[in-house]
Design a protein around this ligand. Structure first.
Ligand code: BGC
Length: 467
């Protein structure tokens, strides 16, 4: 009997113990680095597909300087919206000593731990990088040891974290960090990382701000299956960066992206370069940044974002939108809600299509995602503008046979695919003509009166009346 009881207790303990330890691990999550790889799916293969950058936060000189402080709930919001990945840009270089051993500030490291843990709690693939290390772009050789020392500390610190945590060596190498120097630096830093993180995913990208055109120059470490290659995509730059304050000269605002054949080809050609390179080199590709700044009109941003995301997916490339809640933001941090049109461009809802309407004058309402088979109402706020020479609305371009014209300035669009409806205006000179005619008549009458002497009499009569 006693033997049976002991055996039973033993089996119960075997079953219950792992559950208890798992809960304990979750409980003190934030307090210390991860050690249980299984809990958060570290070893379970989570496929990186769709992600978002939490930009303008930890890569600002200090978090908050650029208006973004990462809130704990962001990760749940991101996960619930359907993303599986976050990329967290980090400016380590502003939080580490300038002389050996280039120690990283402990409080900063704790903050990064917290952020990473919150992200991993949501089972998100979490990419951390070295971002905005401007000094290394200027003086690569002088900063080489510091760069490697940063990675030595980061990789030592996170060595027990689950596989969901990825390292990206450096955001957008450029300037004096030439391909040769960069390739050497990649080799040296990966060697250091691999001492403590033999299997961690490491992301590297080409020079010229991670340009697809420089992929050819990138030397990928041989025999390392855990390397992913990244590139960034902001084509056409004049559209995606219009009005960008940090670009000089800043491309003028007002440039639209309507998805013409030529516009689409410009994008697919560039993506093909990346995809072909990846196939040739048998390597996984990751589009680490793409997005259009909020100074561009929303309809164009939605079209561009949707098109790029889908074309990238067609090529089997994972992507990460730039960025969550700042100038390119898919999320509005003031209203605490997603900018739905952008979110749907990133993570489409099947059976919906984007109907966008454009006008050069007044306003046009009704752009947005609509269900297939429904009607989208497009309405112009005004159909006539100006005083003497008037701009007059003429017709909507882009209508199909199933669309309905309701009244002047209002149409109902049958939703059978994404479409752009354009208000076409014409100049109306009728009032100008009338003004000329009236002025002409007045002139002729006055001349006639003067000729008959009536004018002079009239003037002297007025003079008398006045006195
Ligand atoms: C930079 C950001 C910039 C973005 C788009 C990123 O790599 O770090 O500061 O807003 O690219 O230009």
């Amino acid at each position: 009997m006693l033997v049976w009881k002991r055996a039973l207790t033993f089996y119960i303990l075997i079953l219950v113990f792992p559950q208890l330890t798992m809960r304990a691990e979750r409980g003190d999550y934030q307090a210390r680095p991860f050690c249980n790889v299984q809990i958060n799916g570290g070893d379970l293969e989570v496929k990186m597909r769709r992600g978002v950058n939490i930009g303008n936060a930890l890569e600002a000189p200090n978090e908050g300087d650029w208006g973004v402080v990462i809130k704990d709930e962001y990760f749940e919001i991101i996960r619930n919206a359907g993303f599986d990945t976050v990329r967290i840009p980090i400016r380590w270089s502003s939080h580490a000593d300038n002389s050996p051993p280039f120690k990283i500030d402990e409080n900063f490291l704790k903050r990064v731990d917290w952020v990473i843990n919150k992200s991993l709690e949501q089972n998100l693939i979490t990419i951390i990088n070295i971002h905005h290390y401007e000094e290394i772009m200027e003086k690569p050789e002088e900063h080489r040891d510091r760069f490697i020392a940063l990675w030595r500390q980061i990789s030592e610190h996170y060595k027990d974290y689950p596989g969901l945590l990825y390292f990206e060596l450096l955001n957008e190498p450029h300037g004096n960090l030439t391909s040769n120097l960069w390739n050497k630096l990649i080799q040296d830093s990966i060697k250091v990382i691999r001492e403590t993180n033999p299997d961690r995913k490491i992301i590297i990208g080409p020079v010229d701000w991670n340009s697809v055109y420089r992929l050819e120059d990138l030397m990928i470490p041989v025999n390392d299956k855990n390397i992913i290659v990244t590139f960034h995509f902001y084509t056409p730059f004049e559209f995606t960066h219009q009005g960008a304050e940090w670009v000089s000269p800043s491309p003028p605002v007002g440039r639209r992206w309507t998805g013409t054949e030529a516009e689409r080809r410009q994008i697919t050609n560039e993506l093909d370069i990346a995809a072909q390179w990846a196939a040739k080199n048998n390597i996984s590709l990751f589009l680490g940044e793409f997005g259009a700044y909020s100074k561009a009109d929303m309809a164009s941003r939605v079209r561009w974002t949707y098109f790029v995301a889908r074309e990238v997916e067609k090529r089997n490339i994972a992507w990460c939108y730039w960025e969550f809640c700042s100038g390119f933001g898919a999320y509005d941090p003031v209203k605490n809600e997603w900018r739905r049109d952008l979110l749907k461009a990133l993570i489409p809802v099947s059976g919906t299509h984007y109907i966008s309407a454009y006008t050069e004058h007044g306003e046009v309402f009704g752009s947005g995602w609509h269900n297939e088979g429904s009607y989208a109402t497009i309405r112009l706020s005004e159909t006539r503008i100006g005083v003497i020479i008037q701009d007059v609305f003429d017709h909507f371009e882009g209508l199909g046979s199933k669309d309905r014209v309701i009244d002047e300035g209002t149409v109902e669009i049958y939703v059978d695919g994404s479409r752009e409806i354009r208000a076409v205006w014409r100049k109306d000179y009728t009032r100008l003509l009338l003004t000329f005619i009236i002025a002409g008549i007045c002139l002729i009458v006055s001349l006639m009166l003067i000729r008959r002497g009536l004018g002079r009499n009239m003037l002297s009569l007025l003079w008398k009346l006045k006195n």
